[in-house]
Ligand binder design. Structure first.
Ligand code: ZN
Ligand code: ZN
Ligand code: ZN
Ligand code: ZN
Length: 181
């Protein structure tokens, strides 16, 4: 049940507990407002969500419906072509890069695939370091010993973001952060 797309219409999208009215012809991601460069397209052909937001919803929040029309999106294509059509992508599936842990996610190129792998993995979060630590314990230890930085446990458990989007704090500022956010 697709609603007609007209430029003067706005749609309300629920982001967490907040309802936001957004114009449909927006050139920015409906969820994070970053300019749309690489998007994830599914069966409903809505091309208004960036791939990072779409895959965050799918993998972290376990919601695989389109945030706009609520159609379940079994297969997703991560593409740089903003007018790519789901039907055409479906036909070309075999020439695309398949995600290593979700076989229903395909990438048009290696760049987005690699970025996703880094966001999901345990790479050092401190600026410019990027060392692969393979698990959370090793990452914790490395952050402390190499950079005198720590992950906030509360944020880590409760913020629905990728590992690579977690925040790190200088050790002595953690208490301040816990108190005031
Ligand atoms: Zn986004
Ligand atoms: Zn949709
Ligand atoms: Zn590091
Ligand atoms: Zn925190």
């Amino acid at each position: 049940m697709e609603r007609p797309i007209t430029k003067d219409r706005t749609y309300s999208v629920e982001i967490g507990k907040v309802k936001v009215e957004v114009p449909l012809d927006a050139n920015s991601c409906l969820l994070c407002a970053n300019p749309l460069q690489t998007i994830a397209v599914g069966a409903c052909d809505h091309r208004v969500i960036c791939y990072i937001c779409m895959l965050r919803l799918r993998w972290i929040l376990k919601k695989n419906a389109c945030p706009l029309c609520k159609v379940p999106l079994e297969t997703l294509f991560v593409v740089n072509t903003l007018d790519a059509k789901y039907e055409d992508l479906m036909k070309n599936k075999s020439s695309l890069v398949q995600d290593s842990s979700d076989p229903n996610v395909y990438y048009e190129d290696e760049v987005a695939c690699d970025r996703m792998r880094k966001l999901r993995g345990y790479y050092c979060l401190w600026e410019g370091c990027g060392k692969n630590l393979y698990d959370q314990k090793a990452l914790d230890g490395h952050l402390r010993s190499a950079h005198n930085r720590v992950l906030c446990e509360v944020c880590f458990k409760n913020r629905p973001v990728f590992m690579g989007e977690q925040l790190v704090f200088p050790s002595h500022k953690l208490q301040e952060h816990m108190k005031y956010g």
